[in-house]
Ligand binder design. Structure first.
Ligand code: FMN
Length: 214
């Protein structure tokens, strides 16, 4: 863990937090839209952070078409620059993911792969849905987030197609509603990680810490 001495007045950790609710399904007739709106509605009852619904459809991303590594951030395409600027705005993310063939959607994986540093040292929570509550999709997303150095919130929401949906609206069970409080915990983790993003820490120092050498 990196410890640093705060300088000046300490702001309330949640006061300036921006949290994106990322809608990870782009399919015509997607259930994801109702889920994301439901999550957004619940999140907006909180006063300690700002929540924005980010719909992948609005970014029109093709299959990854940047020649360079996203880690270099030398983007050549307008759609990448627009997506990069949007993702960079946030301290934390709540991923709303469908389960397709035991994983997240190709569209969401592709959108994540477009970028790198925009995600780093932030936090994420998950809302999965599908025949078996999207749990395998969320497990895969957790692995992807680990590679991007995103801290993930343990609690997650899982919605069942069989019991939680009354098309076109989401009808949630008590279990799902209670769980929905927790992905907002990504805000708390996002706040905790903010110093890592705002202070210049040499890369080699981070490597040493990661290897437990210091
Ligand atoms: C290509 C495809 C694969 C799917 N695979 C799974 C699966 O492996 N497990 C599951 O629980 N549901 C699966 N489903 C059901 C979806 O999770 C469900 O249809 C969900 O509503 C999809 O999200 P969307 O409506 O936002 O696209 C699959 C659906 C599609 C279209």
């Amino acid at each position: 863990m990196i410890c640093s001495k705060p300088t000046g007045p300490i702001p309330s950790p949640m006061s300036q937090l921006n949290i994106a609710i990322i809608l990870g399904s782009t399919r015509p007739g997607r259930n994801g839209e109702a889920v994301a709106k439901w999550v957004h509605g619940l999140a907006n009852k909180r006063t300690d952070a700002r929540f924005e619904l980010v719909d992948l459809l609005d970014f029109d991303l093709p299959p990854l078409d940047e020649p360079g590594s996203p880690a270099q951030a030398k983007y050549t395409k307008g759609h990448t620059k627009k997506w990069s600027a949007k993702v960079a705005e946030f301290d934390a993310y709540v991923f709303v993911t469908p389960e397709y063939n035991h994983s997240t959607s190709g569209a969401l994986k592709n959108a994540i792969d477009f970028l790198n540093k925009e995600w780093t040292n932030k936090a994420a929570g998950f809302v999965g849905y599908g025949s078996v509550r999207g749990v395998r999709a969320v497990e895969h997303l957790r692995l992807i987030m680990a590679e991007l150095q995103v801290a993930t919130v343990r609690a997650q929401v899982g919605l069942s197609l069989f019991t939680d949906f009354r098309t076109p609206h989401v009808r949630t069970s008590r279990h799902a509603r209670e769980g929905s409080e927790h992905p907002a915990g990504s805000g708390i983790a996002g706040a905790a990680l903010k110093p890592l993003r705002t202070e210049k820490i040499p890369d080699d120092h981070n490597v040493l810490l990661a290897e437990g050498i210091e």
